[in-house]
Every structure is written in C-alpha cells, then in structure tokens.
Design a protein around this ligand. Structure first.
Ligand SMILES: C[S@@+](CC[C@H](N)C(=O)[O-])C[C@H]1O[C@@H](n2cnc3c(N)ncnc32)[C@H](O)[C@@H]1O
Length: 229
C-alpha cells in the first residue's frame, strides 16, 4: 500500500505499537499501510456508511489482514469500547463533523492517548474545541496534494496556554515552526475570507452584522501575520 502525501503525513503522527482506530476509514488505506509497514500490529477501521464500510472490508480481505484490522460499521467513535484504542484518527471529514464525533463519545475520548485530526474545513473550530476540552495540540502539519493544502493536527490530553484567536485560524505550531507552506496557507485563509466578505457586501443587513465586523477584524489579523513573514 502506497499512501498519498496527505495520508502519509497522518500516518507519520501515529506512534509505533499503538492500537489505532481510523474513524471514517473509507478504503482503509491508512490502517492497511500502518499494519503492512509493521508500525502498528492491529487497528479498528470504522465507517458510518455502508459503501465505504464494504470497501474497507474488501480492501482488508484482499491483503489478508482480517485478523489484524477489525472493520466496523457505525457512527464515529461509537464503534469502539472505552480503552479499546490508544489513538484515533479522524481524517478527510469537515471540522463540525469531527467535533460532533468527539463530543458524542466522551467515555471513549477519555481513554485515548492521542487524536490525529485532518479537517477538510473549519480547522479553527476544531482547535477551539480541543483547547476548551483540555486537549493540547502537540504537532501540526501542512501538506499539499493535487494543488490543495491540508492541515493535520495531533493532540494529547492536557491543558495548553490560551491560543490567540488568529493562531487558532492559522495553527499555533504551524506559526511557531514557520512551516515552509505557512505563507501559502495564510494567503489561502485570507483569500477565503475576502470571498466571504465580498459575498456579504451584496446585502446591507450583512454589512451591518456582527459577523461581518468579526470577519473584517479576522482578515486584518491575518494580514498582519502575513506581513511578518
Ligand atoms: C472523504 S472520506 C475520508 C477517508 C479517509 N479517512 C481519508 O482521509 O482518506 C470520509 C469518510 O468518512 C465517513 N464518515 C463521515 N462521517 C462519519 C461518522 N460520523 N462516523 C464514521 N464515518 C464517517 C464517510 O462515510 C467517508 O467514508
């Protein structure tokens, strides 16, 4: 199994020897890769939809790993008993859905030693949730694949110092380490916000809303950070 850049960066954050739960596994590429490479010995691969669940089951059977990778049909972390996995990956899903998955299973979350998240959108929401729920961000990565930038966040239980709101948008560790793709990342965040603001400018009510002012302030803060690079 050969992984693309995005899933390889996720795999690189999985510590050797853990029992992994890959939630929203789809094709099960990640657990298959990690077991084949002998980085981990066993995994649970969960998906809420029947098609991806079957595709994971077939992929695992095709490489004879049924004894090592348990493929389960179910919603989020509900496919796990507390303590069954050490590390959970939730990748390729929107930030709000990731938050729903984490919030819905507090007993399972309480037994995880690390979570690795790759939100497709709304990474700032995810960082805010982690901070509010006493998960400390311990690693962040940016990866470019087929012209798109992806953010990957690893967190472990623990308190962190409050994260500046603009760094919640950018990624506190991406900023701290001056990640090589940081400038492009902030540029994309600014472009997205400019698009949202220009759409809002079509309506007088929207321009006078608190949201509009919040987005203007956010854009200025991002521009300040960009100017520092
Ligand atoms: C785009 S795929 C990502 C697959 C893989 N994780 C990756 O990053 O390449 C998203 C998968 O998440 C699954 N999914 C979405 N919400 C879910 C949930 N609440 N619980 C489990 N799986 C979910 C979907 O069925 C889909 O197979």
């Amino acid at each position: 199994m050969k992984l693309g850049e995005r899933l390889k960066a996720v795999a690189d954050m999985v510590p050797a020897g853990v029992t992994l739960a890959d939630i929203g596994t789809d094709h099960a590429y990640l657990p298959i890769y990690l077991v084949e490479q002998r980085i981990i010995c066993c995994a649970i691969a969960g998906d809420v939809h029947h098609g991806p669940y079957l595709s994971a089951k077939n992929a695992v059977a095709a490489v004879n790993l049924e004894q090592k990778i348990s493929v389960r049909l179910g919603d989020g972390l509900a496919v796990l008993a507390p303590g069954e996995a050490d590390v959970a990956v939730i990748a390729g899903i929107g930030g709000a859905n990731i938050i729903d998955i984490m919030s819905s299973s507090p007993a399972v979350m309480a037994t995880l030693k690390r979570i690795i998240l790759q939100p497709m959108i709304a990474a700032a929401l995810v960082r805010n949730w982690l901070q509010a729920n006493r998960w400390q961000i311990i690693d962040e990565q940016l990866v470019q694949e087929e012209g798109r930038l992806y953010q990957i966040i690893a967190a472990e239980p623990g308190d962190s110092l409050p994260i500046d709101p603009v760094l919640c948008e950018i990624g506190p560790l991406l900023w701290q380490t001056r990640h090589p793709l940081l400038k492009q990342h902030i540029y994309e965040l600014m472009s997205h916000l400019k698009g949202v603001l220009s759409a809002m400018e079509g309506s007088a009510a929207a321009i006078n809303s608190a949201k509009y002012n919040e987005f203007v302030r956010k854009l200025r803060e991002l521009e300040d950070k960009y100017a520092c690079l």
